[in-house]
Design a protein around this ligand. Structure first.
Ligand code: PEP
Ligand code: MN
Length: 364
């Protein structure tokens, strides 16, 4: 069982408005002019509540632009004064926390590279101490829910209650159109574990390019995520970091105006119909599980037979043939190729494990 998180609802510390809560601002603060121009641009969009800008930006390889450092905090103070937006920066160590607190930063965020390290999370939590400041926790680089949850639980255990998880996608060895694979099942599982923890989606780091951003934002809303963090720059072509994934304030406003907002629940007639369909799903899932269990029984019988005849578990020819047949059959039934392959691989892996268990079983 997961411990209960004590979370202060966002509405208690952030003004509410219709639609998702938006965090916007450049990947990096570069100059005072760029920060102010971007901030003024996004401040006219009603859903934008928080202005972001990275000021400490150690890069994967040294030598490139590494952020403007502390001077950027004075620009953020100006943003607050002139626009009324809350401001947020990434902090990666206790010195960053101290400087951010000294300059009146409203919200802190912890980046994907820092979240992987529980030592850093502990130090950051200690540096925050009794300051009741909201903290956004990005997912770690690798698709590891436990590390993400661990950082959230650690900070919550240290007394921080204004927490938001930020889904920014995961590095993934398979080639993909995304810079960081969204693997939506991971933030969905996080929501299942902690329904009271707000989850904000960062489509910029998921997509890595502007073109995929609108569809990813819509998907986030369709999955009932609680807000969006979108990298926004007054002149993306000239951005010193992440130039391909930043949008102008005007482009952000346009994307937001096209998003379709759906409710999480509807009227009673809707609920009734939904319940009916859900019970159909429950029944089908029950049958599916029953069939899988029956399949594994037959797999074990085959294992016993192979063992008795000293035959290898993996029979490549059979597996290739079977996979081809099932993919064809599935595609004919309207299932996607990728889905059947994933399903077959998972069933096959379990089947092999069952037969390994049979081989290793002591005869009684
Ligand atoms: C960022 O938000 O600019 C950033 C560095 O993100 P991440 O930590 O998700 O890579
Ligand atoms: Mn960035």
């Amino acid at each position: 069982m997961s411990p209960v998180l004590k979370i202060t609802p966002i509405e208690e510390w952030l003004p509410v408005s219709d639609g998702p809560m938006i965090i916007a601002g450049p990947c990096s603060a570069e100059t005072e002019e760029q920060v102010m121009a971007t901030a003024l641009g996004v401040s006219s969009i009603p859903q934008v509540k928080i202005f972001r800008a990275g000021i400490w930006k150690p890069r994967t390889r040294p030598g490139a632009f590494e952020g403007v450092g502390t001077v950027g905090l004075t620009w953020l103070q100006k943003v607050k004064e002139q626009t009324g937006l809350l401001v947020t920066v990434e902090v990666a160590n206790p010195r960053h926390v101290q400087e951010a607190l000294d300059h009146g930063v409203d919200v802190l965020w912890i980046g994907a590279r820092t979240v992987v390290n529980p030592f850093s999370i502990q130090e950051i939590g200690e540096a925050i101490g009794n300051h009741d400041i909201p903290v956004m926790i990005k997912n770690p680089l690798n698709p590891d829910l436990k590390t993400w949850v661990g950082a959230i639980e650690r900070l919550n255990g240290m007394g921080l209650k204004k927490l938001i998880a930020v889904h920014r996608g995961f590095s993934f060895f398979n080639r993909s159109v995304y810079r960081n694979a969204p693997m939506w099942e991971i933030p969905i599982e996080l929501k299942r574990m902690y329904p009271n923890l707000p989850v904000v989606v960062d489509p910029s780091h998921i997509c890595g390019n502007r073109e995929l951003i609108p569809a990813t934002m819509q998907k986030a809303l369709d999955l009932a995520m609680n807000g969006l963090m979108v990298e926004t720059h007054c002149n993306p072509a000239k951005a010193l970091t992440d130039k391909n994934q930043q949008v102008t304030p005007a482009h952000l406003a346009e994307i937001l105006s096209r998003l379709i907002l759906r409710r999480e629940s509807g009227n009673s007639e809707f609920s009734y119909k939904l319940d009916e369909l859900r019970s159909e799903i429950d029944k089908l899932d029950e049958e599916l599980i029953d069939i899988l269990a029956q399949r594994m029984k037959v797999v074990e019988e085959i294992g016993i037979y192979k063992k008795a005849n000293k035959i290898t578990i993996l029979q490549l020819k059979r597996w290739n043939q079977l996979a081809q047949d099932r993919i064809e059959a599935g595609v004919k039934m309207g299932l996607s190729r990728e889905f059947i392959i994933k399903l077959l691989e998972s069933v096959h892996e379990e089947s092999i494990q069952r037969q390994i268990d049979v081989m290793n079983r002591e005869e009684s």
